[in-house]
Design a protein around this ligand. Structure first.
Ligand code: RET
Length: 133
């Protein structure tokens, strides 16, 4: 599949609110998050991926190897411990985050030179699109 690597600027963000409510994020933090234009910086070093979500308010970094389950603490987001497993499903990089919340995870893929990110939790789906910087 097309490489996810690079620096990406958010151009659309649909239903972040529903996703954050499903995660149990406080109204105060939700109001801040809704105003942010997030960036993604995705790097690959060997078989390790590093995905940085950055904003003027707070940053979130996760690193992993595809196919290797890891412990993730969603610091600064909903502050939960999950067991995460990333796999390729066709052209999509898909992560299942197992923990307190049901049906939680995300998928990244490239479509028309744009980075697409679907974030989901307990039936709420947020769709974000980023253009390459
Ligand atoms: C920020 C700021 C504080 C509030 C919220 C945030 C959202 C972060 C998200 C991160 C998703 C990261 C993923 C990484 C995959 O590798 C920006 C930390 C709600 C939605 C999917």
């Amino acid at each position: 599949p097309a490489s996810l690597c690079g620096t990406w600027d958010m151009i659309s963000n649909v239903n972040l609110q529903g996703y954050m409510i499903a995660l149990g994020i406080s109204p105060h933090l939700r109001n801040i998050a809704l105003k942010l234009k997030m960036k993604k910086v995705i790097e690959q070093r060997g078989d390790q991926f590093i995905i940085k979500t950055t904003s003027t308010f707070r940053n979130y970094t996760v690193s992993f190897r595809v196919g290797q389950e890891f412990e993730e603490f969603t610091r600064g987001l909903d502050n939960k411990n999950v067991k995460s497993l990333v796999k390729w499903k066709g052209n999509k990089m898909v992560c299942e985050q197992t923990g307190e919340k049901k049906d939680r995870g995300w998928a990244h893929w490239i479509e028309d030179d744009k980075l697409h990110l679907e974030l989901y939790c307990e039936g709420e789906i947020c769709n974000q699109v980023f253009k390459k910087k």
